[in-house]
Write a protein that binds this ligand. Structure first.
Ligand code: AMP
Ligand code: ZN
Length: 468
């Protein structure tokens, strides 16, 4: 087993990873609330988690990766305020909550697959685990951490002295000092475990419980499902940084009250994708979907390349030039890979796991998922005049297994042709002109390509080219 080091939000430190069970990793990742399309900001977090899974598997671990689907109880605010996201979406779309959930869950996995995100070993749906949630509240109640008021069951944060320990990570203050704090709470940070007579009496889905007919709080879902599939203690829990101050903080409190342990030993968080200097977010209507990227002429894997170029703990700003240069870089890579494939002809690829370049690549990823550095090693392989083509292609093949950029698969498809760099660049420039709606210029580029025997076709998968 190779040594892996990971940043733990709980300790604010990069630490050596030692799993609870030798050779096995239990990993829980917060999944989507399926009331709308996931945006590419959400997918930045899922790409980071995918790299984590691939890195752990590369290191020799047997990874059990569990992800939930939230189809109930997530209000627009994380602290029990705002509207119910699922219900609102169902009403707007004149559909039922379950139909909405089914539609957006399917779309989520299609988009994830276009980004080469490996499906979790197990996905679980909140509405299928209501009894686990009720059992958990009963335990929390028996341990004396709850109170009931206004018909709802609340977690009493004052009873948990370490409440908020996860917030060491750059969080200046809790998210609670707002005007619309629920007046029924004893402390602003208390949160609902079970809603009955709340402001959402018209809630579409509700269940019988010892506290009356109602539905669970969102934070409870992840505690109950992680426990159900991974046990009281497991290795790693992931999500985006917005989950630190409330959602994961509350999960920790629930886990502690219920089992006397906080759940995961390592809590990892991916930084935001920003658009126009703000967090990309559905509620602020400041977001792009994978479909929109494709409409703009990009391949979803261009976006994956863009994400890998920035460390997961650093913010990433999305803008036209960034995605365009990611696209150009990926096209260049595919082009180089294709040249190499032609050069080696039918020689079989080699296992170069002892090669210094592979060792360097693995080293970078093992050090808290250093993707930008690992990508730099991949480029160094391509540029090294002392490596023969077979070595280069073998190494690229091994590296792309972890990075998931589809480099080798792409060469078998439409790009399995030779195209000089200047034509590649012209294709990219044409795309930029098209995006800027400068159709005169984009048509001129298209004509120039055609005169040189290259036919362009705009498809939902992006711009494809072939020789006449
Ligand atoms: P949600 O469906 O809103 O619960 O979010 C799903 C995942 O995406 C969570 O792990 C969030 O923390 C993460 N997330 C939300 N917005 C962004 C963003 N702009 N950049 C990166 N991750 C995000
Ligand atoms: Zn969660």
């Amino acid at each position: 087993m190779r040594k892996i080091r990971l940043y733990n939000t709980l300790t604010c430190q990069i630490q050596d990873f030692t799993p609870l069970k030798e050779g096995k990793v239990s990993l829980y990742c917060c999944g989507p609330t399926v009331y709308n399309f996931a945006h590419i900001g959400n997918f930045r977090t899922y790409i980071f988690e995918d790299i984590l899974v691939r890195t752990l598997r590369m290191a020799g671990y047997d990874v059990k990766h569990v992800m939930n689907i939230t189809d109930i109880g997530h209000l627009s605010g994380d602290t029990d305020e705002g509207e119910d996201k699922m219900l609102k979406s169902a009403q707007e779309r004149q559909s039922t909550v379950l139909q909405i959930a089914e539609f957006f869950t399917k779309k989520f996995f299609e988009d994830a697959s276009s980004l080469n995100i490996i499906k979790p070993s197990l996905t679980c749906i909140a509405t299928a685990h209501i009894q686990d949630m009720i059992a958990m509240i009963e335990k929390i109640e028996a341990a004396g951490f709850t109170y009931q008021t206004g018909g709802n069951v609340y977690f009493d944060t004052a009873k948990y002295a370490q409440y908020g320990q996860l917030r060491g990570y750059g969080i200046k203050e809790g998210a609670y000092h707002r005007v619309d704090v629920d007046q029924l709470k004893k402390n602003p940070e208390d949160f609902v475990l079970w809603f009955t007579k709340s402001k959402f009496e018209e809630q579409a889905l509700h269940w019988q419980s010892p506290w009356g007919e109602g539905y669970p709080g969102w934070h409870l879902e992840c505690s109950a499902m992680s426990h159900h599939y991974l046990g009281e203690q497991f290795d790693i829990h992931c999500g985006g940084v917005d989950h630190i101050s409330v959602h994961h903080t509350n999960e920790i409190a629930q886990n502690y009250a219920c089992y006397g342990s906080i759940g995961a030993q390592i809590w990892m968080h991916g930084e935001f994708l920003t658009l126009h200097k703000e967090k990309m977010s559905k509620s602020a209507d400041n977001f792009l979907t994978v479909d929109r990227l494709v409409e703009l002429g990009f391949d979803p894997l261009d976006y994956r390349y863009l994400c890998l170029g920035t460390h997961y703990r650093k913010p990433l700003s999305f803008h036209d030039e960034a995605i365009t240069s990611a696209r150009q870089a990926r096209l260049k890579l595919m082009h180089r890979v294709h040249d190499l494939q032609k050069e080696i002809q039918d020689q079989s690829l080699q296992d170069l796991s002892h090669h210094p370049y592979w060792q360097a690549f693995v080293e970078k990823l093992s050090d808290d998922l250093g993707c930008p550095e690992a990508l730099a090693v991949l480029w160094a392989v391509l540029k090294d005049p002392d490596l023969v083509s077979l070595e280069k292609l073998s190494l690229l093949h091994m590296m792309d297994d972890i990075l998931g950029l589809g480099l080798l698969a792409a060469c078998a498809g439409e790009h399995a042709d030779e195209l000089e760099e200047k034509w590649m660049n012209l294709i990219c420039q044409r795309e930029q002109a098209r995006k800027a709606k400068d159709y005169v210029l984009s048509d001129r580029f298209r004509d120039e390509l055609l005169e040189n025997g290259i036919v362009i076709e705009d498809t939902p998968q992006g711009t494809l080219w072939k020789r006449k």
